[in-house]
Design a protein around this ligand. Structure first.
Ligand code: FAS
Ligand code: PHB
Length: 389
């Protein structure tokens, strides 16, 4: 079998790239390790930057998003019982939208079905071969039989635990990593959001986040121990803890209910360089991870897809390799700025086990600067809504 671009991974990165390439007449095959339902069952990001919203429209998959999403003009930060708003619209004339990653993925799968593009689910033992030659190919097993796809390029969109990054030789790849000494315990509940905007809370008991998916579906997080056992977190314990980390007025108006999803995610900052090796290009979580504090994970995957799509379209249209030759450099320039914002907001809002009294004073001074300094707020707003591609 042969195709133009093999995409390893059927998450948002792979699907968005596949859809954009299809619209330019470039053929792809997506290889996905799990079932479609499993992929759609993952509860992850909730905030879309303008850049990703524009790409969803460019990909022709924005109809449901434009109907169902929330437009958020700002976000709230609370500390020591106080709460203030950072108004993106007033500060920089921009917004973000709230639309779950699950819905983004669903819309992209539906579009791929309509386009009749090939996706192979439940693949095993994917191997990317000869990526450093002009004739790469991918081997894998499915339904008990061995398969091979020859191609022009491979897009590694298979997430942090995928095979693509591991295909790049250690002599070529450099990795940067910071693992945080805590995780996020997330709950999805069929309850109305507690506030019209998100609330990022710094409290002496740790970080909390009040988010949402729609008028009757809320998403909440509390910072938890790295080794916490999910079984030890009953719904009641979660709600009690959340109420103790947000301002009293918010706690009093919180509508609780049974969790329909509950999971603990570890937090890390991670980047690998380069994001290209021969005819293999890494995209999204396959190349970088951020702590979700800055809502950058899905959104940096989107900017990677933007650059890679541009480069591949240029190659197939004009035979010009400038776009693919500069992909890694361009993608990394934006990724590192998102990594910094995610690292900085994580340090500002979480409690660290080894924090000294001085560290706590620094943390409070940073939050107060953000509370009262318009320049600091503008810088936060520019990073949160997304730096230009
Ligand atoms: P993904 O990991 O989403 O997709 C990769 C796909 O490749 C998966 O479907 C996987 O099954 C498949 N795959 C893996 N190995 C394979 C192989 N060998 N062969 C074939 N297929 C393979 N971001 C935010 O902005 N906000 C959040 O709140 C947030 N919460 C998160 C919670 C968790 C638990 C995790 C893990 C991530 C979270 N993220 C969040 C980040 C997340 O949204 C990612 O940035 C986003 O899923 C990136 O999309 P992809 O790059 O497509 O990677
Ligand atoms: C979410 O709604 O899941 C969400 C929102 C903002 C974040 C992280 C997660 O920073």
């Amino acid at each position: 079998m042969r195709t133009q671009v093999v995409i390893v991974g059927g998450g948002p990165s792979g699907l968005l790239l596949g859809q954009l390439l299809h619209l330019k007449g470039i053929e792809t095959v997506i290889l996905e390790r799990k079932t479609r339902d499993y992929v759609l069952g993952r509860i992850r990001a909730g905030i879309l930057e303008t850049g990703l919203v524009d790409m969803m429209r460019e990909a022709g998959v924005s109809k449901r998003m434009d109907t169902e999403c929330f437009i958020h003009h700002g976000t709230c930060i609370s500390y020591d019982g106080e709460m203030f708003d950072i108004n993106f619209q007033k500060l920089i004339g921009e917004n973000v939208i709230v639309y779950g990653q699950t819905e983004v993925t669903r819309d992209l799968y539906d579009a791929r079905d309509t386009a009749g593009c090939r996706t192979v689910f439940e693949v095993e033992d994917v191997e990317i071969r000869d990526a450093d030659t002009d004739n790469p190919f991918v081997t894998f097993n499915v339904d008990g039989s061995a398969r091979r796809i020859d191609c022009d390029f491979v897009a590694g969109c298979d997430g942090f635990h995928g095979v693509s990054r591991k295909t790049i030789p250690d002599t070529v790849l450099k990795e940067y990593e910071k693992v945080y000494p805590f995780g996020w315990l997330g709950v999805l509940s069929e309850t109305p959001p507690v506030h019209e905007e998100l609330i990022y809370a710094n409290s002496e008991r740790g970080f909390a986040l009040c988010s949402m998916r729609n008028d009757s579906l809320s998403r909440y997080y509390v910072q938890c121990g790295l080794n916490d056992d999910l079984q030890e977190w009953s719904d009641d314990r979660f709600w009690d803890e959340l109420k103790r980390r947000v301002p009293e007025a918010i706690a009093d108006s919180l509508v609780t209910g049974p969790s329909i999803e509950k999971s603990i995610a570890p937090l890390r900052s991670f980047v690998c360089e380069p994001m290209r090796w021969g005819r293999l290009f890494l995209c999204g979580d396959a190349a970088h991870i951020v702590p979700p504090t800055g809502a950058k994970g899905l959104n940096t995957a989107a900017s990677d897809v933007h650059y890679l799509n541009e480069g591949l379209v240029q190659y197939y249209r004009d035979g010009d390799t400038h776009g693919i030759d500069t992909y890694s450099e361009k993608a990394l320039a934006r990724i590192w700025k998102a990594e910094r914002f995610s690292w900085a907001t994580t340090n500002m809002l979480h409690r660290f086990p080894d924090q000294s009294e001085f560290d706590l004073k620094m943390q409070r001074a940073e939050i107060e600067s953000l509370h009262y300094n318009e320049t600091a707020q503008r810088w936060f707003a520019q990073n949160y809504v997304g730096l230009p591609y």
